[in-house]
Design a binder for this molecule. Structure first.
Ligand SMILES: [Zn+2]
Length: 270
């Protein structure tokens, strides 16, 4: 059983029963990004569709609401009331750690809603496909921008969505310093970086020794319910094989379960 910590939902989704009943997938965290007006992602599920699917498969599909950085912190309360469990951040007009956005993060911390931030390289959408309040390119979405937010709200889980390419060493620095920063492994995954860094120690309070591996979580970034979507079990199997084979002579080689399930359960306990 594994948890997919970064995924999306297709509009009028197909085949969800088979996925929910496969016995392989324990939970799927769905990121709401239906703002895409152009591109091949314009058929992503709306907020209402996503919440309806979450109600239809309780505890299986977990909805994360979309932060509109042009709006204030009240939106977080509205999302909580609607049934969103976490939040998704992407394409801010200013850098993620701009003080203007801290009121939003403060509400998330008070309402205990983890936030997944897209970091690093991003789809090359055109200006016309975005709203005026959204940025193009990755430079407002660097991994180290989560550090200031983690320092301000140390109990709020923050998830690096992807590895933040090309700022991979910023990712390590964030994981090293802040025990509530995690990484959701999908998109551009640098396996060479993982081999070199998964065993590195992170700083945590007290005596517990945590490594980069204890903050990494499996994800597919797939659109669930999209006709022809790749079987997510394949991706999970690959990660299991990667740990067992490439990781065989490293400490991290024995940590597939943590990455596939246990680390995610630290953020959203069963
Ligand atoms: Zn995504």
């Amino acid at each position: 059983m594994f948890i997919d910590t970064h995924a999306h939902l297709w509009s009028k989704p197909q085949g969800l029963d088979a996925l929910a009943e496969s016995g392989k997938i324990e939970q799927v965290w769905l990121m709401q990004v239906s703002y895409y007006r152009g591109s091949d992602l314009k058929d992503l599920a709306s907020e209402e569709e996503m919440l309806e699917v979450a109600r239809r498969y309780p505890g299986f599909f977990i909805p994360f609401g979309y932060i509109n950085f042009a709006q204030g912190p009240e939106q977080v309360d509205r999302m909580k009331e609607k049934g969103f469990v976490g939040l998704k951040a992407i394409r801010p007009l200013k850098p993620y750690d701009d003080p203007a956005y801290y009121a939003i993060y403060e509400r998330a911390a008070i309402l205990k809603m983890p936030i997944l931030f897209h970091v690093g390289i991003i789809l090359k959408n055109t200006r016309e496909e975005m709203t005026p309040a959204q940025s193009l390119g990755p430079t407002n979405m660097r991994p180290s921008m989560l550090d200031g937010i983690a320092a301000a709200f140390p109990e709020l889980p923050l998830i690096q969505g992807h590895m933040g390419f090309p700022w991979l060493n910023e990712l390590f620095e964030s994981l090293f310093y802040y025990p509530k920063i995690y990484c959701s492994l999908c998109g551009f995954v640098d396996y060479r970086w993982l081999i070199d860094h998964l065993d590195r120690r992170c700083q945590v309070p007290g005596d517990a020794v945590e490594t980069v591996c204890d903050r990494m979580m499996f994800a597919t970034d797939s659109c669930y319910g999209r006709p022809g979507m790749e079987d997510p079990v394949r991706g999970a199997q690959f990660i299991e094989d990667f740990f067992q084979r490439a990781g065989r002579s490293y400490q991290w080689g024995g940590k597939a379960r943590e990455v596939l399930r246990e680390n995610a359960r630290k953020i959203l306990p069963a």
